[in-house]
Design a protein around this ligand. Structure first.
Ligand code: FAD
Length: 395
């Protein structure tokens, strides 16, 4: 069988190796990862692992039993498709089929690189460095009120740190959710005892403090930067693999790239969604679980449907379980379901009478039913959607 090399041993890379064997691929599978650690899952890094309620998050995958050759601590620096070879510091690696699964790297705050006490939160090493920050109850400044910022703030408040969150927009999650859905979340910060400064911009980070553009000075034993992530695709420069303006590998609807026998999956790749009529770059766990099945089917030569998932993710923040499914950009109607002052509420987005996206806070059943309704596209009665006492599937 053909020799498949997977670059990146995160969720998408590991799941690709597993899915290849599931699909009956019998040829060699080589999984190369830059990090020295046994492949692990990222969501616990900002949750149980930080809180100290879990020690590790290594995937429970028996690579030996699957006959997957793991090469850890090896960074791939280039791709030469004409030779079907990858370049690494340990020498060239040949492939017949290549799967790019290099994920994403966090965006850094300009000028803060190398300043002592400034942290990112993407890797196991990052999380290990942050654990003593929490244990020592440092004053913490979090830059960015996105998913990572909210989860880190939750953990830091739980550990008894004084927490200030600096957010340039006028509300949390401004990049991910429209105002009507995200505004109620601002109160969660205050309620937890964290201070949320919206419309605030960092001018500079100095040892022990953060200076805002308006002159305010925030004491900071540690600074955690959570202002987004971008695809880890710099190593593909000059390879002929087409990238989009966002840096993502431009994959097609079977996750093939512009180069023959080269695929891309997970946080590093965007794909065209017929469902939403636009190209999607999804930075969530479920996409790194589902995408590999499409790649493996294509590699195994099986008839596969186009990759067109209903994106899904969850977040655990300030004692709440927040879930989102779909893509709201194309919606024509917003329906509020329940009161954001209560423990459970949801926001539904419809287009032409059918559900296209759902945000659920503390309402996992709504999310499960909503996800199926988004998939089926059946028409709903907005008045019933607005009635939180009626199951969503009966609306
Ligand atoms: P990654 O997990 O980034 O893995 C890519 C791997 O490739 C990395 O190990 C990297 O070292 C390696 N690599 C990169 N470049 C090279 C190279 N040149 N050579 C060799 N190896 C390379 N999603 C949710 O839906 N819900 C959550 O609650 C949630 N929580 C999260 C919490 C944290 C702290 C983080 C960081 C992410 C969270 N996510 C969550 C997002 C989710 O973890 C990602 O979508 C998922 O990890 C993507 O998997 P991936 O394999 O595509 O990329």
């Amino acid at each position: 069988g053909r020799r498949v090399v997977v670059v990146g041993a995160g969720m998408a890379g590991v799941q690709t190796a597993v899915a290849l064997r599931d699909q009956g691929h019998t040829g060699p599978v080589v999984l190369i990862g830059a990090e020295p650690h046994q492949p692990y899952d990222r969501p616990p890094l900002s949750k149980a692992l930080l809180l100290g309620t879990a020690e590790g998050s290594a995937f429970e995958v028996d690579f030996e039993a699957l006959d997957v050759e793991l090469r850890l601590g090896v960074e791939v620096s280039g791709l030469r498709p004409a030779d079907r070879e990858l370049d690494t510091e340990a020498g060239p690696v040949p492939y017949d089929v290549l799967v790019i699964a290099t994920g994403a790297v966090p965006v850094t705050l300009p000028g803060s690189e190398g300043v002592p006490g400034v942290h990112l939160l993407r890797t196991l090493d990052d999380a290990e460095r942050l654990r003593p920050v929490l244990a020592d109850q440092h004053d913490v400044v979090v830059v960015g009120a996105g998913w990572i910022g909210a989860e880190f703030a939750t953990a830091a408040r739980g550990a008894g740190c004084a927490v200030t969150v600096v957010e340039a927009a006028d509300r949390p999650l401004a990049g991910a959710l429209p105002a009507e859905a995200a505004e109620p979340m601002a109160e969660w910060y205050e309620e937890s005892g964290a201070q949320l400064l919206t419309g605030a911009r960092v001018d500079r980070v100095e040892p022990g403090q953060v200076v805002l553009e308006d002159g305010r000075v925030l004491p900071a034993g540690a600074v955690v930067v959570g202002i987004g992530a971008r695809p880890a695709t710099g190593w593909l420069a000059g390879s002929g693999v087409d990238l989009g303006p966002d840096g993502a590998v431009l994959a097609d609807d079977h996750l093939r790239t512009s180069v023959p026998d080269v695929y891309a999956v997970g946080d590093c790749a965007s794909f065209p969604s017929a469902r939403y009529g636009t190209r999607l770059l999804v930075h969530h766990w479920d996409n790194a679980l589902q995408g590999p099945r499409t790649v493996a089917a294509a590699v195994a030569g099986a008839q596969a449907r186009p990759y067109d998932p209903v994106p899904y993710f969850w977040s655990e923040q300030f004692g709440r379980f927040v879930q989102y499914a779909g893509h709201h950009a194309s919606a024509d109607t917003t329906v509020h379901r329940g009161d954001p002052a209560d423990a459970g509420w949801a926001v539904a987005w419809l287009r032409d009478g059918a559900l296209v996206a759902l945000l659920a806070v503390g309402r996992p059943r709504d999310l499960a039913q909503g996800r199926r309704l988004i998939e089926s596209g059946e028409p709903l009665d907005p008045a019933l959607v607005a009635d939180a006492s009626v199951p969503l599937k009966s609306a």
